[in-house]
Design a protein around this ligand. Structure first.
Ligand code: FAD
Ligand code: NDP
Length: 426
């Protein structure tokens, strides 16, 4: 059986892998020391592009245009970069077995990869309605989005269905971003979600009402408080109808399912300590096993600002956690230590000409400002989450780079509520 050995292996070839590889090079890496093993066919790329620029009706973004690390404001790492740096980019290779005790990863191809130090960066996989046994949920024309081949298939379907009907199941990130992308491509779009308003884990009703109103003005139909309970297909097995729990039936040529994601931890089940669905790590992203680190979507890390363990499924953390893990590995090799990870949660989304950013924690009372005047102020409005008289979370739609920076500082420093007025009128 073929075997290959590396000093460092990054398992997974997504966002964290790209930023981790760059950090290894910045810290000093010899040719042949690092391998990235990915089941994807392409070098690491900025995953957020898939639900935005990739689906644009005109001049859509395509690889190599959005390889990492452009999203973080750095240089683009094309496959040539990995070759130049002596990094083995092992693509189209799914790891199907892992042994922490033997420090090995076995690929579906049969090749065994040995490592001295491992960074697990396997990300997450979309949840499917077939997981819940929803009848007809395996029909053609029902799409999920995680990897570039998913986006390519969806793009082809959009182009093959001019003026068709699309239904987006789920009112989270995927639902909102893809409903916009489909509408921009001139499809008749309906969103369906069970909650009373969209993005309920982050938004409060006033924020959601603004976006729902905007989407309706763009011609998107929104059906709330019910779920898809089944799908009907035509004779070719292609979806044609979405059946809702409230009895309604919606015509659909394309269905998008965005009902959440699950971290890919299965390979290390019973080998590493799990917490909140991810691998429990410390402030250096070390797991419960020596020489094994976990970063990005799969890591449950100490969020020092709020004194709790948390898992974050967003790109900013994927980038920063990978950088932190590599710094920690390199420092330990030199007998030094690095600072522990101090992270301020940061989420954002873009759809149509909307663009919002959120920093901090959405705890306490939400104080929303500007939704009534947003239509006369270039769509600008925001919210603060206030607890114990301090700002814990800050949200801004339509902010400039400078304003967003001020927002981050307000949440990071947990400024007293008395200063909110000044911040609101940045
Ligand atoms: P990923 O980037 O998912 O990479 C995981 C990698 O591991 C993949 O290459 C996968 O194929 C590989 N892998 C998994 N298992 C195996 C295996 N057994 N063998 C080999 N390879 C394996 N976040 C934001 O903050 N803003 C956004 O606008 C935003 N937009 C998004 C849009 C979309 C469509 C999606 C899906 C996510 C978006 N996110 C966004 C979330 C963000 O992309 C993720 O949080 C981030 O990609 C996590 O990085 P990661 O490296 O942990 O995992
Ligand atoms: P989200 O968790 O954001 O949203 C899923 C939504 O679907 C939730 O509101 C969930 O409700 C709801 N839901 C659950 N079950 C059903 C059901 N049966 N029918 C209808 N709705 C249901 O996940 P997404 O799928 O939108 O995103 C997948 C991953 O991609 C996430 O990790 C996300 O962070 C990431 N992503 C991030 C983006 C960004 O940061 N801008 C953009 C795109 C993707 P409940 O909360 O009650 O479970």
């Amino acid at each position: 059986m073929a075997e290959k050995s590396y000093k460092y292996v990054i398992l997974g070839g997504g966002v964290a892998a790209g930023y981790g590889a760059r950090e290894f090079v910045e810290q000093g890496l010899k040719p042949g020391e690092l391998a990235i093993i990915s089941k994807e066919a392409v070098a690491p790329y900025e995953r957020p592009a898939l639900s935005k620029a990739y689906l644009a009706p005109e001049s859509p973004a395509r690889l190599p245009g959005f390889h990492t690390c452009v999203g973080g404001g750095g240089d683009r790492l094309t496959p040539d970069w990995y070759t130049e740096k002596g990094i083995d980019l092992i693509l189209n290779t799914e790891i199907v077995e892992a042994s922490v005790a033997n420090k090995t990863l076995k690929a579906a191809t049969g090749v065994v990869y040995k490592y001295e130090k491992l960074i697990i960066a396997t990300g997450a996989t979309f949840i499917k309605l077939t997981d819940f046994g929803t009848p007809g949920a395996d029909a053609n024309g029902i799409y999920h989005l995680r990897e570039v081949q998913d986006a390519a298939a969806l793009y082809a379907a959009i182009k093959a269905t001019p003026n068709g009907s699309a239904v987006c199941v789920g009112g989270g990130y995927i639902g909102l971003e893809l409903a916009a992308a489909l509408r921009l491509n001139n499809l008749n779009v309906t969103m369906v979600y069970p909650e009373p308003f969209c993005m309920p884990r982050l938004f409060v009703s006033e924020i959601a009402a603004y976006y729902e109103g905007y989407y309706k003005e763009k011609g998107i139909q929104i059906i709330k408080g019910t779920v898809a309970t089944g799908f009907e297909s035509n004779d070719e097995g292609h979806v044609k109808t979405v059946k809702l729990k409230d009895g309604r039936e919606l015509k659909a040529d394309i269905v998008i399912v965005g009902v959440g994601a699950r971290p890919n931890t299965g390979l290390f089940k019973d080998q590493l300590t799990l917490e909140k669905g991810g691998f429990k790590v410390d402030g250096f992203f070390k797991t419960s096993a020596p020489d094994v680190y976990a970063v990005g979507d799969v890591a449950t890390f100490p969020l020092k600002l709020y004194n709790e363990l948390r898992r974050v499924e967003h790109v900013d953390h994927a980038r920063k956690s990978a950088i932190q893990a590599v710094k920690a590995i390199k420092a330990a090799e030199e007998g030094k230590t690095t600072e522990e990870y101090v992270y301020l949660p940061f989420f954002y989304s873009r759809a149509f000409s909307l663009s919002w950013q959120f920093y901090g924690d959405n705890v306490g009372n939400a104080v929303v400002w500007g939704t009534d005047t947003a239509s006369n102020t270039n769509g600008k409005f925001g919210a603060y989450w206030v607890k114990d008289g301090k700002v814990f979370g800050a949200f801004l739609e339509g902010g400039s780079a400078e304003e967003n920076k001020a927002l981050a500082e307000a949440a990071r420093n947990q400024v007293p509520v008395s200063t909110i007025k000044e911040i609101a009128h940045l």
